[in-house]
Write a new protein. Structure first.
Length: 221
């Protein structure tokens, strides 16, 4: 597989842009123990100014290597070219726990360096603490062996909720991949897309919120 390439949006993309980000609002659930999202505003006639307090892992967000290695790079070190370009949406049925290669469609292999995994296992604004599908280290390594550089998932974590040693996170780190968690893919059909999923440039942070959008390619890559 060729290295990640931003692609030609003007000539190869078709259809409308699809927002696959979870809306951030004061009631959005965060990981137990994390700083909740709070919106503070000063309102005067003809004037509004806002500021927020929140975990960097709120809603749809990107994990930088620093998240599980305190000597690694933060968000500022994530190659932006990994966050833009051809992507493939893949459907894995919910209820499998930590997904392994046996849960993939028969004979499937990734057709793009960015794979977004739809599990339909974490509802919009679902409380974090219920069962949702995660990834096994085996599946992370399987994808990396086939040229994938970015993995996205529609759950709060690439690991299952009750994971103590975070094998999927450590596999992502060891294979020099980037993970985007908390996508909203329930209405996105499996297939080929262009992806834009750029994190806020929070220098020194281990994660950052992402506004992620897709544009259908209307066929194969």
């Amino acid at each position: 597989m060729a290295p990640p390439d931003p692609g030609d949006f003007s000539s190869s993309a078709s259809g409308e842009w699809i927002d696959i980000s979870r809306p951030v609002h004061p009631q959005i659930p965060v990981w137990p123990g994390d700083q909740p999202y709070e919106l503070h505003q000063v309102r005067e006639p003809g004037y509004v100014e806002s500021f927020v307090t929140t975990t960097c892992h709120v809603g749809t967000h990107l994990d930088a290597p620093l998240h599980f290695d305190d000597r690694a790079v933060g968000v500022e070190g994530v190659p932006v070219e990994l966050c833009v370009g051809p992507a493939e949406v893949l459907l894995i049925p919910p209820g499998v726990g930590a997904a392994t290669p046996v849960h993939l469609p028969p004979d499937w292999t990734p057709s793009a360096p960015r794979v977004l995994i739809r599990t339909d296992s974490h509802p919009l604004d679902g409380v974090i603490g219920r069962e949702f599908t995660g990834l096994s280290a085996e599946l992370v390594n399987w994808l990396a062996d086939r040229g994938v550089g970015l993995i996205g998932i529609d759950t709060p974590s690439v690991d299952v909720f009750k994971s103590d040693d975070h094998p999927a996170h450590h596999a992502v780190l060891a294979r020099h991949l980037i993970a985007i968690e908390g996508l909203w893919l329930d209405e996105v059909e499996p297939g080929a897309y262009h992806l834009i999923a750029l994190p806020i440039l929070l220098q020194g942070a281990e994660a950052a919120p992402v506004r992620a959008i897709l544009k259908p390619l209307g066929g194969q890559f």
